[in-house]
Ligand binder design. Structure first.
Ligand code: NAD
Ligand code: UGA
Length: 346
């Protein structure tokens, strides 16, 4: 049995679906099941609606982990708005609550696949190389008052603790550092910008569907490498298979190194593809805004991050979705969703 903590989230829902498709038995734990509603009736799928911060659920977590062959831990606050708005809760959940899962895996001798983040690499600083390698790149964060880095810092300490548990107590683990996965079921859509701040793809998709401005934070000059969720799940499945123990106690970047764009270019590509797929829709304006105005005080940002994917490639992984392909797939999904919701409205 495979346990997926955070199985109701964006990555978790796609992972659970793939595991079920491949005939695995899956137990998911999450506070939310909306994105996995289609799996709830599957015989090989068990869902526990449970908040892991609630002590009443400690025994449930222990039982699930004890029964599992492998544990995926995806539970976290993963949205930059939250890093600025509630930094203490981010550390509480992303570090301390996750450590409880680490301890249980150690206690029960269960393999842990821990989700971290490419945000641990942080800022460019004075690096020579902009391609980040898991075991040699430095992790460079900004000053304490730039609260955004608290997420990265909590994830970094979690990684260091997992590593130490492996070194001192023989914990079997693999740490995954995702690079901006996008695709269907990502975050949530907002009908107007004051309803919330989902991550960039969902934010721009909302602007396209509900015709409000696409905000380019600090001019949209920072860059990201975007990875389609299906490519990401292929990589995660290879890590799960772990042939010959190749991912034992390894940290693994999961990202598409060739899909790099500035956020401004990303917005423009989304506009162009949306106009092709939905020719009757109007296109929203692009508007520049400061990071402080958009997210609040304490926002800072990674300028650029490209993954070194040698570890995955030597295991046979090649991403299949170019930026054009992944945007077309993702935008079409949301157009279809939007139209089907309009159809059912009275
Ligand atoms: P997500 O927010 O969609 O998923 C997180 C899930 O955790 C949610 O379903 C949420 O309901 C659940 N959760 C939160 N608090 C909980 C609690 N107290 N008890 C039980 N469940 C709880 O995020 P995601 O994009 O799927 O990310 C999953 C993991 O991958 C996170 O650890 C995130 O930091 C990491 N990550 C994701 C990306 C990405 O590209 N999506 C990039 C880097 C890192
Ligand atoms: C994300 C989150 O921290 C995590 O989900 C995760 O760990 C990681 O990075 C990842 O997905 O790999 P970030 O990439 O900054 O951080 O989050 P996004 O909201 O996707 O923003 C990407 C860029 O777009 C940032 O420069 C941001 O300022 C910009 N942005 C975002 C806009 O210009 N407009 C928007 O409406 C939203």
């Amino acid at each position: 049995m495979i346990a997926v903590f955070g199985g109701g989230g964006f990555i978790g829902s796609h992972l659970c679906q793939r595991l079920i498709d491949q005939g695995k038995s899956v137990v998911a734990v999450d506070i939310d099941s909306e994105k996995i509603a289609n799996l709830l009736s599957e015989d090989s799928f068990t869902f526990h609606e449970a908040d892991i911060t609630d002590e009443e659920n400690d025994e449930l977590c222990r039982e699930v982990i004890k029964e599992a062959d492998v544990v995926f831990d995806l539970i976290a606050y993963a949205n930059p708005q939250q890093y600025v708005d509630k930094p203490l809760e981010v550390v509480e959940l992303n570090l301390f609550e996750n450590l409880k899962i680490v301890d249980l895996c150690e206690e029960t001798d269960t393999r842990l696949i821990q989700f971290s983040t490419c945000e641990v690499y942080g800022l460019l600083g004075n690096r020579d190389d902009i391609v980040f390698s898991e075991d040699s790149s430095n992790l460079i964060l900004g000053p304490i008052e730039d609260q955004r880095w608290i997420y990265s810092c909590a994830k970094q300490l979690l990684e260091r603790m997992v590593h130490a548990h492996g070194q001192e107590n023989q914990l079997q683990y693999t740490i995954i550092r995702p690079f901006n996965f996008i695709g269907p079921q990502m975050d949530y859509l907002v009908e107007s910008p004051d309803e919330g701040t989902p991550r960039v793809f969902a934010s721009f998709m909302s602007a396209l569907l509900f015709d409000h401005p696409m905000y380019l934070v600090n001019g949209g000059t920072n860059r990201r490498t975007f990875t389609y969720i299906e490519d990401a799940i292929d990589a995660i499945m290879l890590i799960l298979r772990n042939e010959g123990g190749q991912f034992d106690r390894e940290i693994v970047n999961v990202g598409h190194p060739n899909n790099e764009v500035t956020i401004e270019e990303f917005a423009n590509r989304m506009r162009t593809i949306y106009a092709e797929l939905s020719p009757d829709g109007t296109l929203p304006e692009l508007r520049t805004i400061s990071g402080e105005e958009f997210y609040g005080e304490g926002y800072d940002d990674s300028e650029r991050r490209i993954p070194d994917t040698d570890k995955l490639q030597s295991a046979g992984w090649e991403p299949r979705y170019s930026l054009e392909d992944l945007l077309t797939e993702s935008i079409q999904y949301y157009i279809d969703q939007f139209e089907s919701e309009l159809d059912v409205q009275p």
